[in-house]
Design a protein around this ligand. Sequence first.
Ligand SMILES: [Zn+2]
Length: 517
Amino acid sequence: MEIIKIFDTTLRDGEQSPGASMNTEEKIQIAAQLERLGVDIIEAGFAAASPGDFDAIDKISQRVTNSTICSLARAMDSDVKAAGEAIAKAKMKRIHTFIATSSIHMEHKLKMTPDEVIKRAVRAVEYARTFVDDVEFSCEDAGRSDIGFIKEISDAVIQAGASTINLPDTVGFRLPFEIGAMVKEMSQYVQGRAIISVHNHNDLGLAVANSLEAIANGARQVECTINGLGERAGNAALEEIVMALKTRSDVFAGFDTSINTKEIYPTSRLIANITGIEPQPNKAIVGKNAFAHESGIHQDGMLKNKSTYEIIRPEDIGLDIQDTLVLGKHSGRAAFKDKLTKLGFIVSDEELNSAFERFKELADKKKEVYDDDIRALVTSEMTNIKKTYELIAMQLMDSTGGVPSAAVTIKHNETEITDAGIGNGTIDAVFKTIDRITGYHGKLIDYKVKSVSEGKDALANVTVKVTFNDNEPAIIGHGLSLDTMLASAKAYIGALNSYLSMEGKLKLRHTDSSETI
Ligand SMILES: [Zn+2]
């Protein structure tokens, strides 16, 4: 079996999509789950982008041992140095450097001649090799680059020590047969001197199709993200590529990946819970309806023989439909721990204790506790950062025609502070009152409520995006509660706590966000 390397860029390309930063603890949890999923390479971030990115890559490098940890770096010394230092503690490490190779980018963005571009690329790869043995080079905008020039620069960077040549369709412009032809020509050209990789964007909805066509034509690494997250229309979805290869092993005979497909669904849920971006219900593989057979004829066929309409078994991706309705208030610690293991969580005793306590509180108020409730609860418990501010109590007043008001009590440095305020709506009143107590003035960029499971008594999962400083990216905050208003207040305070945990580390070192692959 020949292994197709899975290069996951959820933490780098994917992180650019919510338009808001995750906190370091959330990134570590995602990396640990990607390791369980079995991805070969985790692109953990862009070390030179901000001190916060650097910090997260450094911590992930210390935590993950079974996947290679990679940082992106523009082809310049300062970027390569930051990448090399951020991954220094990883067991297996890679620097991924890039420069644009299409004439439109070289002329208008870089304002460099092709010869100068080659020089910069060679210098970056040589310098990267002083930090690591494993260097990947990307021809940014390869999809619109001249293949003759791609060959020329590939020769030069392979000579300089690059072992992977990545051909990103940065703007998502190419059709499958075109990607296939490019990859075929390049893999024949490099002839085993380097691995050919692809990185496809989904602007025309073709990212996965393009990636599969690339594999059929000689690519041995695909770059992808969980749930297809990524800039604009996103990146190729990891779960779709992997399940297409597996389901159509008749076509892709002789190829395999190192992915443990049973971890696909848990990984998808973790990413959705943390980013607040739910896959569309009809999304292939991980959408809510991907395995729901509603039509009568289909249901009849399914009952007689599942293979009539089912090409993938839900259990293959770790979605055990039989097991959706689970624990209640009489469930003990052992049953709870067993459930967590089944759901793929590996928790410390301390995390188990606090998660179990929260589970009991929930089960007291809610008759049936579903898998999704537990996933949301444990995720929020495990990604908890230091609670600089903690919500203690809240009282709301709202009536038709009246003025919405909120009284809020928050604990800070062992002191409880209570204040009250009014607003244009209840949420507005709550957030303004929190601002008054904490002295931080957040600007709400986005607000989303999702019910975690079914029923009127479902848990509300609120995700907010807030900026606390105009020059810095927004921060994601989460709140989980049976009460939507309480969940909203928790989410807002959570965003502030995340912000404080990264304060001073968020400022982007460079603002040219157009320079990425
Ligand atoms: Zn990309």
